[in-house]
Design a protein around this ligand. Structure first.
Ligand code: HEC
Length: 417
């Protein structure tokens, strides 16, 4: 009834300007939503058919207006990113007008061809395929779980060009981070736990020594680094796959798989990262917008490639800027509203040259009051830096590669050591 009324009203406004699913909306959903909202993926429902899109029309209008979907926190105008996932104002207005008009299908002949999603490895068979030898059982209830699985590494130092994570059970796998551990500690922790893997928390300062190798979050497509950049894969280290599980009320099983692509030879540059943190944060109970800061002065010239803010559940906003020695200020990212559920690494559209003595400033805001529905502390308490979900973090990871200095010219033979 209501739908019919809308259609009648809509026809008065001029059908030509009125967006339809077939002509306008399907394409927007295909390009921005279907990657996650299709069967077997992380989105709670599929959005790959007209029936589905119509059934969720009011919710779709709400989340795109609030910019909750697609998940992306970087405020436009503060940094430019090559992995941007954001609707334009026109796309949002198109969706809103379509929903307002009763979500009409339009003419079937205008429908775009359905997207075919490849479920094979992105870059062909990987050099290494690693998977735990047993399923892990995820309980239906309780807080989110972080489980680490220990997998074999490489005998000689190699360089990673790309990594693909294949979640075994997308209903519960939220995101995956991959580390190398050369100390044998992770292996010990695994052996001490009778089930597959061991519990490992969401800490940055872990129970074993971590060297980051990469990761995966929903909606992320695997990316190959340029031919001359690689991530060090240290010799004789175990690979630790840390899986963040959401619980869905049911007992679920998961066994996720890692595919690793290696450079044939040592690439010219090594992907590195600075960790800019403040471990002295004190967030008073009740504070709705508590500010904390961190800073780092660069000790060398670098080419910055990405920035990733990291806080926990109280974090609402983080801004990172670079002040060059000549006083120029460059925005690296302004993540607002920050969402702990979406750990996004913002990759700069163009690598950013930051000379030695550049100052990186991080400003973060936290809501430690009852107005924050995600606040895990009841009753409220002062919150400090720590590993537990109920603690906080103030960390920004700045991805970079070294810039060769003038006297390190490529004409000179490299001194092997
Ligand atoms: C990166 C993966 C991803 C992308 C891309 C994505 N979604 Fe989602 N979406 C999710 C997940 C996961 C949830 C459930 C958790 C949540 O609400 O954050 C969700 C929830 C939703 C909800 C329910 C929200 C609520 O309040 O109940 C709607 C509606 C939605 N998405 C629509 C969209 C639309 C429309 C797009 C594209 C414009 C989109 N999503 C893009 C992953 C994604």
């Amino acid at each position: 009834m209501l739908g019919l009324l809308w259609l009648l009203l809509g026809s008065d406004l001029g059908a030509a300007a009125k967006p339809t699913y077939a002509k306008d909306v399907a394409r927007i959903l295909q390009a921005n939503c279907e990657g996650c909202h299709r069967p077997g993926q992380v989105g709670p429902f599929a959005l790959h058919s007209y029936e589905q899109a119509r059934a969720f029309a009011p919710e779709i209008r709400r989340v795109v207006r609030e910019r909750r979907m697609p998940p992306w926190s970087a405020v436009p105008g503060h940094g430019e990113f090559r992995n941007e996932r954001r609707l334009s104002e026109v796309e949002i207005a198109t969706i809103a007008a379509w929903v307002d008009a009763g979500a009409p299908l339009g003419k079937k002949k205008d429908l775009p061809a359905p997207v075919t999603w490849k479920d094979e490895w992105a870059f062909g068979p990987p050099d290494l395929v690693l998977t735990p030898d047993a399923d892990f059982e995820v309980e239906g209830n309780g807080v989110d779980q972080y489980r680490c699985f220990v997998l074999p590494g490489v005998a000689e130092t190699r360089y990673i060009q790309a990594m693909e994570v294949r979640p075994g059970n997308r209903k519960v796998v939220h995101h995956v981070r991959v580390f190398a551990d050369a100390t044998g500690k992770a292996r010990e922790l695994d052996a001490a736990d009778p089930k597959a893997g061991f519990d490992c928390g969401l800490s940055m300062i872990a129970s074993y020594k971590r060297v980051s190798l990469g990761g995966w979050a929903p909606g992320m497509t695997p990316e190959k680094s340029p031919a001359d950049i690689g991530v060090v894969f240290p010799a004789k280290a175990d690979v630790v796959m840390e899986v963040h599980y959401h619980r869905n009320g049911l007992k679920e099983r998961d066994r996720s798989t890692l595919g690793i692509y290696l450079h044939k030879e040592k690439p010219k540059h090594t992907a590195r990262a600075y960790l800019i943190a403040n471990i002295a944060i004190r967030i008073p109970p009740g504070a709705e917008r508590h500010e904390e800061k961190a800073r780092l002065i660069l000790q060398k010239d670098v080419l910055a490639t990405s920035i990733m803010p990291h806080m926990h559940l109280l974090g609402t906003e983080m801004k990172v800027t670079a002040t060059l020695p000549d006083g120029t200020v460059k925005d690296l990212v302004w993540a607002k509203p920050y969402d702990f559920n979406w750990q996004i690494s913002y990759k700069f559209k163009e690598p950013l040259r930051l000379p030695r003595d550049t100052r990186i400033d991080v400003v973060a805001y936290y809501n430690n009051s009852e107005s924050n529905p995600k606040n895990p502390n009841k009753p409220l308490r002062q919150v400090r830096f720590g590993e537990a979900t109920t603690d906080e973090m103030l960390v920004a990871f700045l991805g970079y590669i070294d810039i060769p200095t003038a006297d390190d010219s490529s004409h000179r033979p490299t001194s092997g050591h």
